[in-house]
Ligand binder design. Structure first.
Ligand code: HEM
Length: 495
């Protein structure tokens, strides 16, 4: 049996944890140069086998359940946070049924009702939050400043609770809910992934918050059962309350509650950091900010010069907006490493890594495997000026993204769709900010709707600048966030 090459390290057990932890993308790209697309590194006693490039993405994201398990890789982190009997606390076939239930709630019909709600929340926030004090003063010459990470995190949770989570959650945002969310979130860190239970305050708070949040959602469900007038809501709780497993068993209340917590956690940091990176890039490029604004003016101007609200269907036709979000996700996919645990020895195809003299490489049972679409999304052989944020590459008919996908599609006989939020979804695509295969994200359309509405509402109201330049990425959190300082200056638009 031939094992993949192992990255050299000085300290046993700890292995490459410090280099991977500080900058996983640089660490992986550097090891790729030395060892090729498949290699193993040691991280705190675990063997992590990495597969890079489009073929590496396919090897892991297209892998079979018999070989690879997401639940064994993620459950120590997620089960204490989400709760029992959902997502990675159940066998894969149960998760697949649960994802179908969630899709019922993520319907186009529901989405159509969300655009106005999101616009409302953002407008209200900008009218009242102290970050937008100079905006509130109505003086177009007065510049103010805000921290995009703070602002986008708050707008994201306000809009997600108003729409998907439902009105009972939204109306408790100022009270108990946000404190519980913050305690729970404190248990969702790389430390908690490696050590699921330590006698520390953050773990105690996590467990207490999970229990209280679960009870809170169950009380909402019971309240709705007792009151038929609230049964026409267009939110996720309403959708989940009607679902049954194939066996005929109804989805129990505690599972609905835990799925709601899972969705809250899955959508919050991913969307809010993507929003923060997007706003930072927009502020750094007044030409693109202007193109975004002009797109709004062209499509939504009223005869009196004011702008009307877009509908969900219109939002999907905005090509500048689409390219801006898509390009931000290329450079800053919030999830840099996708992991699975190896259940059964798993041979590496010779097309992905040339066999050694002892034969094809085998990834043995017990290893973890790691895919990082973040690396293929910056591959200099596929993307022209791979590190530059250039949304035009998605709109330009001869642009680089088009070329990368054409190459991929030609090789795989796949049709490539350049529609809103719908790039090739194949497991071998070089562009996978939402993952691929059976564990692919089901929140993509919602994220585009939420981010698109949030960003255009801001761009309509204010002009932005980024005096200090783009901040670097902070990899010490589960989701890759912009470091400080990250101050954006802004002033009110003249309308
Ligand atoms: C899975 C990214 C927003 C719910 C995933 C995966 C990625 C991802 C990369 C695959 C993980 C894996 O294979 O291990 C993102 C990004 C988002 C986003 C970049 C926003 C910009 C959301 C939202 C929701 C959501 C808003 C919920 C409303 C889920 C769910 C899964 C998932 C349920 C499936 C997990 C599985 O099958 O194992 N997401 N996500 N995501 N995401 Fe998202």
């Amino acid at each position: 049996r031939s094992l993949p090459p192992e990255v050299f390290h000085w300290i046993p057990i700890i292995g490459s944890a410090p280099s991977y932890g500080n900058d996983p993308i640089a660490f992986l790209a550097d090891a790729q140069k030395k060892y090729g697309n498949v290699f193993t590194f040691v991280m705190l006693g675990r063997k992590m086998t990495v597969a890079l490039g489009s073929a590496g993405n396919n090897f892991i994201l297209g892998g079979k359940v018999a070989n690879l398990s997401a639940e064994e890789a993620y459950t120590p982190l997620t089960t204490p946070v989400f709760g029992k009997d959902v997502v990675y606390d159940v066998p894969n076939e149960v998760l697949m049924e649960q994802k179908k239930f969630i899709k019922v709630g993520l319907s186009t019909e529901n989405f159509r009702s969300y655009v106005g709600m999101i616009e409302d929340e953002v407008s209200e926030y900008m009218a009242h939050d102290p970050s937008f004090r100079t905006f509130q003063m109505n003086d177009i010459n007065e510049w103010g400043e805000f921290d995009p990470l703070k602002v986008l995190a708050e707008m994201t949770i306000l809009t997600a609770t108003r729409t998907l989570q439902g009105k009972e959650v939204r109306s408790n945002m100022d009270k108990t809910f946000s404190k519980l969310f913050s305690d729970l979130d404190g248990g969702f860190t790389p430390l908690h992934m490696i050590f699921p239970n330590l006698p520390l305050e953050s773990y105690r708070k996590r467990d207490a918050a999970q229990k209280k949040l679960s009870e809170f959602y169950i009380s909402i469900i019971n309240g709705r059962r007792d009151n038929t007038s609230t049964n026409d809501e267009t939110d996720m709780i309403a959708a989940l309350m009607n679902q049954h497993y194939r066996s005929g068993r109804a989805l129990p209340d505690h599972e609905i509650a835990h799925i709601m917590i899972a969705l809250l956690m899955a959508g919050q940091h991913t969307s809010s950091t993507t929003g923060a990176w997007t706003i930072l890039h927009i502020a750094s490029r007044p030409d693109i900010a202007d193109a975004l604004y002009q797109e709004q003016v062209e499509k939504f101007s009223n005869p009196d010069g004011t702008l009307r609200s877009p509908t969900y269907d219109e939002l999907k036709t905005l090509t500048v907006l689409d390219a801006v979000i898509r390009e931000t996700l290329r450079l800053h996919p919030p999830i840099h490493s996708i992991m699975r645990k190896v259940r059964a020895d798993f041979p590496v195809p010779p097309t992905l890594a040339a066999p050694s003299k002892d034969g094809v490489y085998v990834v043995p049972k017990g290893h973890f495997v790691l895919a990082s679409p973040a690396v293929s999304q910056r591959d200099p052989t596929l993307w022209h000026e791979c590190d530059a944020w250039e949304p035009a590459r998605w709109n330009d008919a001869d642009g680089e993204a088009q070329k990368a996908f054409k190459q991929y599609a030609d090789e795989n006989g796949e049709k490539v769709d350049f529609g809103f939020g719908a790039v090739s979804k194949g497991t071998e695509s070089p562009y996978q900010p939402f993952g691929a295969g059976r564990h692919r994200c089901i929140g993509e359309q919602f994220a585009y709707l939420q981010l698109g509405t949030l960003i255009t509402t801001m761009v309509r109201k204010i002009e932005m600048r980024l005096p200090a330049g783009m901040p670097g990425p902070n990899y010490h959190t589960m989701i890759t966030m912009p470091k400080t300082p990250r101050t954006i200056t802004y002033r009110r638009r003249n309308f």
